[in-house]
Design a protein around this ligand. Structure first.
Ligand code: TRP
Length: 352
């Protein structure tokens, strides 16, 4: 069996450093590991419409931003196929057939959907398309016969739902689709970076994100304004490391090599933590260190992004070619789905 990856992001904003440590870096490593026969990275703009029907401009304008973020971080179109979901109508067709294999109650129980509904507080009721997006996500995954889906922990219910759909399709119509497995980030800290304000999640609407495309000045301003331990008022006070986002970011980004270069008073992060917990180490010094590290890590990415930004026609070409290739694969799967369901009448009529 082929090893095939599919994963993606909703284009509702530029990608931030949480995406970078939680998924983009890992995707690049998987891409370069040579272990996968095919890799598809989806800009899930159709899924993004499910809660943005009244503001499609947000989705439209971010398709290219996400593509730039991908390319800047090292997604290589020679190795990974970047595709735009709305331009592959076969995904809608698969969604339509799969809808008959899922009950309303099962969708309403999906923890990710439940949580997102709560967060969005849909005033005029829940759009049907939003409630059913796990089915469309199952179409995304199965259309490419993906067996591996690198995602964050919050997406596990989606993969479970996909497996259920695959099992019921295959048992009703014969072995056609592939059951996927999630591939979770190996490092817990990297799985979810909190916002600069200490809130559990980075989110555009909270204004607590550091973006991959941020300027050096923006990065510095955001880092120096980060939430820390609110009880660490004076330098002499003992400080808390757990739940302190500055330390969470350091856990995700700091390496021992950074110390001789940026902060030779210490040789590793554990020493810094120990000093902070004992008291006598001020937040500003730690933030300056974090800033140096982030500046160094993000500079080459930002420069690459700026270069792609100056050559948008080549980025458009990458999206057009990737989507064309992806559509061929999705169309082939859709054909086998139609044959399995024996609704490929016309093919049969021509044969007879
Ligand atoms: N639901 C994912 C998210 O919100 C995005 C997504 C859409 C996706 N289709 C996918 C992820 C298929 C993995 C596989 O981040």
């Amino acid at each position: 069996m082929k090893n095939i990856i599919l994963t993606g992001d909703r284009p509702t904003g530029k990608l931030h450093i949480g995406h970078y440590v939680g998924s983009l870096k890992n995707r690049v490593a998987l891409q370069n590991s040579g272990k996968y026969d095919e890799i598809y990275i989806m800009i899930a703009d159709a899924q993004a419409t499910t809660d943005n029907a009244d503001n499609l401009e947000k989705v439209r304008s971010n398709v290219i931003e996400v593509a730039l973020d991908y390319l800047a971080c090292g997604i290589d179109p020679q190795k990974s196929t970047i595709l735009v979901q709305t331009q592959i109508p076969e995904l809608c067709e698969l969604t339509f057939y799969y809808m008959n294999l899922v009950t309303l109650a099962r969708l309403e129980r999906n923890p990710t959907v439940k949580n997102e509904i709560k967060m969005r507080g849909f005033n005029a009721g829940i759009p049907v398309g939003f409630l059913t997006y796990p089915i469309s996500q199952a179409a995304d995954i199965t259309a490419f016969l993906a067996n591996t889906v690198p995602v964050g922990e919050d997406q596990m219910p989606m993969i479970e739902q996909t497996r259920e759909i695959v099992r019921s399709f295959n048992s009703l119509y014969g072995e056609t689709l592939v059951e996927p497995k999630e591939l979770l980030p190996s490092n817990k800290t990297c799985g979810r970076l909190p916002g600069t304000d200490g809130k559990a999640k980075m989110s555009k609407s909270l204004g607590n994100c550091i973006y991959i495309s941020d300027s050096p000045e923006e990065i510095k301003k955001k880092v120096m304004g980060m939430f820390t331990d609110p009880n660490h008022l004076r330098v002499e006070d003992p400080g808390k490391v757990e739940g302190n986002p500055v330390f969470t970011y350091l856990d995700a980004f700091a390496r021992n090599e950074h110390f001789p270069e940026f902060w030779s008073d210490y040789s590793c992060l554990d020493e810094v933590k120990e000093h902070y917990q004992k008291g006598g180490l001020g937040d500003v010094k730690i933030k300056k260190f974090l800033n140096s590290i982030l500046q160094e890590e993000l500079r080459p990415i930002r420069e690459k992004r700026e270069a792609f930004q100056k050559d948008l026609p080549s980025v458009y070409q990458t999206l057009i070619e990737g989507t064309k290739k992806a559509r061929e694969k999705a169309a082939a799967t859709t054909n086998s789905v139609r044959s399995a369901m024996k609704i490929n009448y016309f093919e049969e009529m021509i044969k007879n």
